[in-house]
Design a protein around this ligand. Structure first.
Ligand SMILES: CC[C@H](C(=O)O)C(=O)SCCNC(=O)CCNC(=O)[C@H](O)C(C)(C)COP(=O)(O)OP(=O)(O)OC[C@H]1O[C@@H](n2cnc3c(N)ncnc32)[C@H](O)[C@@H]1OP(=O)(O)O
Length: 319
């Protein structure tokens, strides 16, 4: 365990293992996971710039069930991300990081389509490389926190919820990248995920390429980015980009179907579900020796805990 991880573990211990307190503490320490002032990134400066491009909103609904729904809401622009929506998203992620009871998250677009990427009006006004890189660092930080990725600077998993991108209609450009910041993608019939970046003379910059490689492998990622391929649900299933196609007319809305799908994996007490996400995430993100130590630490947090004691007392059989 690195000195920094030890420090973090001690801090967590001192804060009594409360995720809310821990999240608030971390928020005070450093809000960005990948980039900070060390990398020349000034969060307030870029926030101000982004706020100059208003429109739309990011809505967050937290429910007693422990499932939250995050909605990208700018239907008149096919839910493109305005500058103020990028700032909104960062604030909603902070809110989620402080939600102690959270177990699952569904990310969706309003009005039957997912997201058409950056608002091209903002993009056209921010074409100099410095502004582009600042926007890219801002979105990488936010999406990294959304996926709860472990990074060198932030070895604690702060948002340990199982997340799903519910893709209806189109997920284009930055919208396709956003889907990769969720653990699972569920696609509605007729929906499309397309990394259109090549057609824009670009590559992904919100972390979408790095995450895509981890999801579908480098050869599939090369094909999807190099060909700006329109990925329909069938192809998405075939290459492992999507987990399931939400079939079933008459069995509720796509959101209800996504909630039903997710609830199978979030059934149970929040600390246990959060622990599941943490051990899987550390296995995926960290070198084996660190992942094993993290698993031991997380195990220590649930061992002898209320859910464990109750299960032992009930002498349950797993038939
Ligand atoms: C490339 C990387 C970059 C990043 O990662 O930051 C990006 O994401 S750049 C954005 C990449 N996305 C696009 O280029 C999408 C462009 N839009 C389209 O291809 C189409 O609009 C489409 C396929 C999303 C929908 O087509 P459809 O025919 O169904 O509808 P309209 O084209 O009439 O769209 C309705 C309305 O929405 C506006 N719109 C759509 N997408 C954007 C966008 N990304 N930014 C700004 N505005 C957008 C479109 O212009 C229409 O507005 P209207 O005022 O009616 O002309």
């Amino acid at each position: 365990m690195s000195a920094r991880m030890v420090l973090c573990a001690v801090r967590q211990h001192l804060l009594g293992g409360s995720r809310g307190a821990w999240a608030r503490f971390l928020q005070r320490q450093s809000r960005g996971c990948v980039y900070s002032s060390v990398h020349g990134f000034q969060q307030e400066e870029i926030r101000e710039k982004l706020q100059a491009f208003p429109g739309g909103s990011i809505e967050l609904l937290t429910q007693e069930s422990g499932l939250a729904v995050l909605t990208i809401n700018y239907p008149s622009r096919m839910n493109a991300f305005s500058g103020s929506m990028m700032v909104d998203l960062e604030e909603r992620v902070s809110q989620l990081e402080g939600w102690t009871d959270g177990k699952g998250l569904i990310v969706q677009g309003a009005s039957g389509t997912f997201c058409s990427g950056s608002d091209l009006n903002a993009v056209r006004a921010l074409t100099n490389p410095q502004d582009g890189m600042k926007m890219c660092m801002f979105m990488q930080n936010t999406l990294t926190r959304l996926l709860s990725t472990f990074t060198e600077e932030c070895p604690q998993c702060r948002l340990p919820m199982i997340s799903v991108a519910l893709v209806e209609g189109r997920a284009l450009g930055g919208g396709a990248e956003l889907t990769t910041a969720c653990d699972f993608r569920l696609m509605a019939p007729g929906s499309v995920i397309q990394f259109v970046h090549k057609h824009m003379g670009l590559v992904p910059g919100w972390g979408g390429a790095a995450r895509l490689v981890r999801i579908v492998g480098s050869q599939n990622a090369l094909k999807l980015l190099g060909g700006a391929v329109k990925v329909d649900p069938e192809l998405a299933l075939q290459i492992g980009l999507a987990e399931e196609v939400l079939q079933g007319e008459g069995t509720g809305t796509p959101l209800q179907r996504a909630e039903n799908w997710l609830s199978v994996y979030t059934k149970g007490p929040a600390p246990v579900i959060q622990a599941v996400k943490k051990v899987v995430l550390s296995g995926r993100e960290l070198p084996l020796s660190e992942a094993l130590r993290t698993e031991k630490d997380v195990f220590g947090m649930v061992w002898g805990g209320p859910a464990n004691m109750q299960a032992l007392a009930s002498k349950s059989k797993h038939r």
